[in-house]
Design a protein around this ligand. Structure first.
Ligand code: ATP
Ligand code: MG
Length: 323
């Protein structure tokens, strides 16, 4: 494997709450290769957005990154100054967050916002800026006349697409996206994802992508991470995780989605609720909901063990060695 563009190591994030510290990201580690598309799935509240914000160094109080490192192109983002981070944002790493449709500046036209980003990071003249702005808007199927429009004049879906255009503007090496197409209908979603995919092949940027849409995962991601209660419980090639999920939570999650290739199955869901993040149980965090849990599972926290490139954190898959 080539040198990773992103190396996340033992990343930990806590929220300060009146009841104590809630560990929303509990020691996540993974690598992302240049040009790779990693999808992250997991039920609501498992920490996906918090983790992406932490990686992008965009967390604000009451959330705080309390441990770990985020190496981007060999440089630890957690140690950079706000100014150094600003320089890298949009140019090296761009971020399209869950609330992307509200992330544009309401007081500036779309064209002015694209031009500001260009001026902050390049020495392009006005002609080049106008040409590039028109180019990225057309990539996301927005008519160039909207360069003059203000965000309130666009629909939610168009605002999301404008944010994606902004993310593509300076051809970064990494694009972080948190449900960037949630305001679009299925057809528009699919067509935008295809455009992003074509651009990724052409330009070679890596993508970190959170979604609830398993068909997007199956069509576009190289690898898939399954997140539960702030941890990655499984990480492997997308096809592998789809066809042979190993962690009982992944099995439940895959069963909960209608089959993409075969006939639609009934949605089953997974009974029970995730554990408290303030006072988590000692053993496996999924044990209270797991049909197969043993005393060992309730007592000892499993580690993510990688076998043939497929990582799983489950005692049933990786039996503990007894001393
Ligand atoms: N301001 C806050 N104070 C305390 N806890 C918080 C705060 N914001 C989020 N959390 C907790 O952090 C955990 C992770 O939240 P996060 O938004 O990252 O989840 P998510 O996986 O992105 O969910 P979704 O799929 O709904 O977007 C949740 O359990 C949530 O309750
Ligand atoms: Mg989220």
């Amino acid at each position: 494997m080539s040198t990773p563009i992103l190396q996340v190591r033992d990343l930990k994030v806590e929220y300060t709450t009146s009841a104590g510290a809630a560990q929303a990201v509990a020691g996540v580690s993974f690598d992302l290769a240049p040009g790779e598309f990693l999808a992250i799935v997991g039920e609501s509240g498992c920490g996906k957005s918090t983790m992406l914000f932490s990686i992008a160094q965009l967390l604000t109080y009451p959330a705080e990154t309390v441990g770990g490192s985020v190496l981007f192109d060999g440089e630890d983002l957690t140690t950079l100054s706000p100014e150094d981070l600003r320089q890298r944002r949009w140019r090296d790493i761009s971020v399209v967050m869950q609330s992307a449709m509200n992330a544009l500046n309401p007081t500036l036209s779309i064209g002015a916002q694209l031009a500001d980003a260009c001026r902050a990071h390049t020495d392009w003249d006005d002609k080049k800026i106008a040409a590039r702005s028109a180019e990225v808007l057309s990539m996301v199927s927005i008519d160039v006349t909207h360069l003059k429009s203000f965000p309130f004049q666009l629909s939610g879906g168009m605002r999301q697409r404008a944010m994606i255009a902004m993310a593509l503007l300076l051809e970064p090496k990494l694009i972080i996206m948190d449900e960037p197409t949630s305001a679009l209908d299925v057809v528009a979603q699919r067509s935008l994802m295809r455009q992003v995919e074509n651009l990724r092949r052409e330009l070679g940027f890596a993508v970190l992508f959170v979604t609830h849409d398993m068909s997007v995962v199956s069509h576009f991601s190289d690898r898939l991470a399954v997140m539960y209660a702030g941890e990655f419980v499984e990480l492997g090639a997308t096809r592998e995780v789809f066809d042979r999920p190993r962690h009982p939570y992944s099995v439940g999650l895959m069963d909960a989605f209608p089959s993409i290739v075969g006939e639609a199955r009934e949605l089953t869901g997974i009974a029970g609720n995730p554990p408290s993040l303030i006072d988590p149980p000692a053993g496996c965090l999924f044990a209270p909901r797991c049909q197969h849990a043993t005393d060992e599972c309730r007592e000892f926290r499993p580690e993510l063990v990688t076998t043939d490139g497929h990582a799983v954190s489950c005692h049933l898959v990786n039996p503990r060695r007894r001393s």
